[in-house]
Design a protein around this ligand. Structure first.
Ligand code: ZN
Length: 273
């Protein structure tokens, strides 16, 4: 990205008052009559800048520079040679063009794989039991890179990678950033249902019949079969949703959880880009 572009977009480091942690409870009446709120504009602007990797002024009034691809890892695997300059730029730009933190995190999360370290001597050791492999995806193909290259290609910190790795260790299906999420926004699906669906997907896919829920698309390769998972979910939790005659899902039930189920399954397979 050209630096002139940044300069045209980025505000000068002027005084920015610290963000106030006030949760604004809007009543329906107030919602209709929106008042001008320059504080929120600044916040939004900052949020967008952070998300897209551009420079921004933080809450302390300090200018934080734009994200950039870091230096060559110089490791023995020569990650910066394996992943060409063009590809590094494409990955970097693709990452910062994702529309939300959740998408960015899900994208990275899907490229970090955990593998358990076999410890023969001290099986009950409390030391690290997991190690991670890092990948970048180029035209649908995954290439393993070292941790440093993974961080530098995406212009992200070690801390961010560590956070995602911890979530892997907690067996979280997909990471979610809860910063700035409004508590007063009506939820279509309850958290309990989301948990239920998540567990269901995991149980089905890791179970003995897991391969039944995988389909292979000619162009896209293997993918989860959402329809089948959805039907299976309903069979278990809402059997009345299945028409006993046709053995198909009754239309009214079709859209109910399907969207959420699909979203969760896609995140698991991290088909973000
Ligand atoms: Zn490397």
């Amino acid at each position: 990205m050209a630096s002139s572009f940044y300069h045209s977009m980025v505000p000068q480091p002027t005084f920015v008052p610290p963000a106030q942690n006030t949760v604004q409870q809007e009543s329906p009446k107030e919602k209709k009559k929106r008042t001008r709120n320059p504080e929120n504009w600044k916040k939004e602007k900052r949020k967008r800048a952070i998300l897209s990797g551009q420079a921004y002024v933080n809450t302390k009034g300090e200018l934080v520079g734009p994200r950039a691809i870091g230096p060559d890892c110089n490791c023995k695997n020569k990650c910066f040679t394996v992943v060409s300059d063009d590809n590094r730029n494409a990955i970097f730009n693709g990452y910062y063009s994702l529309n939300s933190y959740d998408e960015q995190n899900a994208y990275l999360y899907g490229l970090i794989r955990r593998h358990d370290i076999q410890r023969k001597r001290k099986p009950v050791s409390e030391r690290r039991t997991c190690s991670y492999k890092y990948y970048v995806r180029i035209k649908g193909k995954e290439l393993q890179v070292c941790k440093k290259a993974f961080a530098n290609i995406h212009g992200i910190s070690d801390k961010k990678i560590r956070t995602l790795c911890i979530k892997h260790e907690q067996n979280i299906l997909f990471p979610r950033d809860n910063r700035g999420r409004h508590k007063n926004r009506p939820k279509k699906v309850t958290p309990e249902l989301v948990t239920l669906i998540k567990h269901h997907i995991l149980k089905m896919l890791s179970g003995p019949n897991g391969s039944d829920f995988i389909k292979t698309d000619k162009n896209q390769g293997p993918d989860v079969n959402i329809s089948k998972l959805h039907k299976n979910f309903l069979q278990q939790y809402e059997p009345e949703a299945i028409d006993p005659e046709s053995d198909k899902v009754i239309k009214d039930y079709d859209a109910k959880h399907r969207q959420h189920l699909g979203l969760l399954a896609n995140h698991m397979f991290s088909r973000v880009v």
